[in-house]
Design a protein around this ligand. Structure first.
Ligand code: ATP
Ligand code: MG
Length: 342
């Protein structure tokens, strides 16, 4: 594979767009620049031209404010619009592999083949089964075209595209020094789960409940304005010792619904891969900053849960460090994209 030029990692989220540029990524990475910009409401994945123009404008502001040193961009497609599946091909020869993958893809991808762009990552071989192991990734063509267009409208050059889960896996693997982990990306509209085994992402799934659902639950329970509810969420979180457990009681059922989906995803992963699931969970995304969340998830999942620090092992100057200090786990996808070498 060709190596990528110097570039910015660009993470499009429903809540914010985040960007990171690093230098010397293969030997001794250091931070050149980073920035984030609120995403205008309702513009992500929109086919409406005016929405696309708004998103491109936000991107332009992000670029100008960030002090980046290149116009090359590697972007991630939102996880909820991507299909990934781990596949094994027992007895299939290398020369037959590509045809076998295409045949399998037709069976498992729920979108017509004419409407998707498919790619796959060869994960190696399972010698005991005489089988190639492959991660299949399929994205709607329309969506890829959309992001190519938006990046162009902002006068930037898109040099590569990948999925959020793969990017997050790269930065977590590098920074956390663990090769087996469940990665949970807590965003505004969704909670995305990736399962990494042996440093490779084998599974990803998007759960359609995000941190905005927590804010809405507080707003509706106490008849608060949205912004006030957001403040309560960030201040008190899912901690039974705060406000006599009143916020905790409201957030618990929403978080429990996500936990139920996480468990379901893990069961699905186990039946597909016949592997046991990692018992280490690493949290990323701004929603991971919810007070009390790490403790609550540790108890409920009976696992080791921690915030990931994607910046670990990246040289950062004092001034940048101070700005980053609050939400280090939030940039995992953008850092992973910035670290993509080929
Ligand atoms: N300190 C905090 N405590 C709790 N929640 C927070 C905190 N800061 C931000 N959030 C929540 O995190 C969410 C935004 O997270 P993030 O920026 O990772 O989302 P996104 O990637 O833009 O969204 P998505 O992944 O759904 O596209 C919002 O719901 C916001 O309320
Ligand atoms: Mg996100």
């Amino acid at each position: 594979m060709a190596s990528l030029p110097d570039h910015i990692g660009l993470d499009f989220g429903n809540h914010s767009v985040k960007a990171v540029q690093l230098r010397d990524i293969s030997r001794n990475p250091s931070l050149v620049a980073f920035a984030s910009q609120p995403t205008p409401i309702g513009v992500i994945n929109s086919e409406d031209e005016s929405h696309q123009a708004q998103l491109a404008d936000a991107l332009r502001v992000l670029y100008e404010d960030g002090g980046f040193r290149t116009r090359n961009v590697v972007a991630a497609l939102p996880e909820f619009s991507i299909f990934t599946r781990f596949l094994e091909f027992p007895g299939v020869k290398e020369s037959e592999l590509e045809d076998a993958i295409h045949w399998q893809a037709k069976q498992v991808v729920p979108i017509p083949m004419s409407e998707i762009q498919m790619s796959w990552i060869l994960l190696g071989r399972d010698e005991s089964k005489n089988a190639y192991r492959v991660l299949l990734v399929a994205a709607p063509r329309k969506l890829i075209d959309l992001y190519v267009k938006i990046v162009q409208m902002a006068k930037l050059d898109l040099v590569a595209i990948e999925t959020e889960a793969i990017a997050a896996g790269r930065s977590v693997y590098r920074s956390a020094n663990v090769s087996d982990a469940v990665i949970l990306d807590l965003g505004s509209q969704s909670t995305d789960m990736g399962i990494m085994v042996g440093g490779e992402l084998l599974f990803s799934q998007s759960i359609a409940v995000g941190s905005d659902s927590l804010t809405r639950a507080i707003a509706s329970e106490f008849s608060f304005e949205y912004n006030q509810a957001e403040e309560y969420k960030r201040n008190y979180g899912i901690d039974p010792s705060q406000l006599e457990g009143k916020i905790y009681q409201v957030l618990k059922p929403v978080v429990d619904s996500v936990i139920a989906e996480i468990r379901r995803g893990i069961e699905f992963f186990k039946t597909r891969t016949l592997k046991s699931a990692p018992d280490q969970f690493l949290l990323i995304g701004d929603g991971s900053l919810l007070p009390g969340l790490v403790v609550y998830l540790s108890q409920e999942l009976m696992a080791n849960v921690q915030l990931a620090d994607p910046w670990n092992g990246i040289k950062i100057d004092k001034k940048q460090e101070a700005i980053l200090s609050k939400g280090r786990s939030a940039y995992a996808v953008a850092v992973g994209l910035a670290l993509k070498a080929e």
